[in-house]
Ligand binder design. Structure first.
Ligand code: PEP
Length: 255
């Protein structure tokens, strides 16, 4: 397996943090720090920060992502944002199915699938989050839970489109808790995700998909995690909010 064939992606997930002026300031600080990165660098930011973020990173190697998108093109969906709206302002990535959306906002595997198809149809790149609860890991059903989420998220998605899709393995018990999956645990599940993709599509397609790890990744643990064969990058929450904490992760993925 040749990991170098896949695009390593380090993406920040800012969640509900940073006002537009704070977003501009953080990105301006980050731009010179990651300008020589040998991986894709993405900042997924709150909706109201998107326009200023896209403007701020123009001409740099940083890409901007949203943290969600609705599956309908337009219509009576108060409070929602469409893929066309994101595309028009220059957004390139969209985080979908994050565990916080599943936990607090009624996101289901079915809506993740609808969003994934809409995002791909708009020519944007979905970062589809999957991961088990602590209880599910204790019951030894991690691989089943994650395989189910992957299969449902990708229902009716073509092989061509799945190659453009990023999957983020985020064990729910490791998100924002300071508790990280060990590098071996991360590798085991990322490899299982790739095996699921090979069964759903074929080996060549599975080999092309970028699979990130997310869950308390930081400067201290990123080297070991990112060195694993099936870990092609990271989705970073807390450590993406401070330039000095995000930059070492980008540097580790660039090695
Ligand atoms: C996340 O929210 O996707 C995440 C991985 O958060 P943290 O890095 O803070 O655990």
């Amino acid at each position: 397996m040749d990991k170098s064939k896949r695009k390593a992606i380090i993406a920040g997930n800012w969640k509900m943090n940073k006002t537009p002026s704070q977003a501009k300031a953080l990105l301006e600080e980050l731009i010179p720090m990651v300008k020589d990165a040998d991986c894709e660098v993405v900042a997924c930011v709150p909706y109201v920060d998107l326009a200023v973020a896209v403007e701020t990173v123009k001409g740099t190697n940083i890409k901007i992502g949203a943290e969600n998108a609705h599956w309908e093109k337009s219509g009576a969906f108060t409070g929602e944002i469409s893929t066309d709206m994101l595309k028009e302002i220059g957004v390139e990535y969209v985080v979908l199915g994050h565990s916080e959306r599943r936990q607090y906002f009624g996101e289901t595997d079915e809506t993740v699938n609808k969003r994934t198809k809409a995002v791909l149809a708009a020519g944007l790149i979905p970062i589809v989050c999957v991961g088990e609860l602590l209880w599910e890991r204790k019951c030894d059903i991690t691989d089943e839970v994650v395989a189910r989420q992957v299969k449902l998220a990708l229902y009716d998605v073509s092989a061509e489109d799945v190659k453009k899709t990023v999957i983020a393995y985020e064990p729910v018990w490791a998100i924002g808790t300071g508790e990280t999956a060990t590098a071996d645990q991360a590798e085991e599940v990322c490899a299982a995700i790739r095996a699921t993709l090979a069964k759903l599509y074929d080996a060549e397609t599975a080999e092309a998909v970028t699979i990130q790890y997310g869950g308390s990744m930081n400067a201290g643990n990123c080297d070991e995690l990112l060195a694993k064969t099936n870990v092609d990058g990271g989705l970073i929450g807390g450590a993406s909010l401070v330039a000095e904490k995000f930059q070492p992760i980008v540097a580790a993925a660039s090695k």
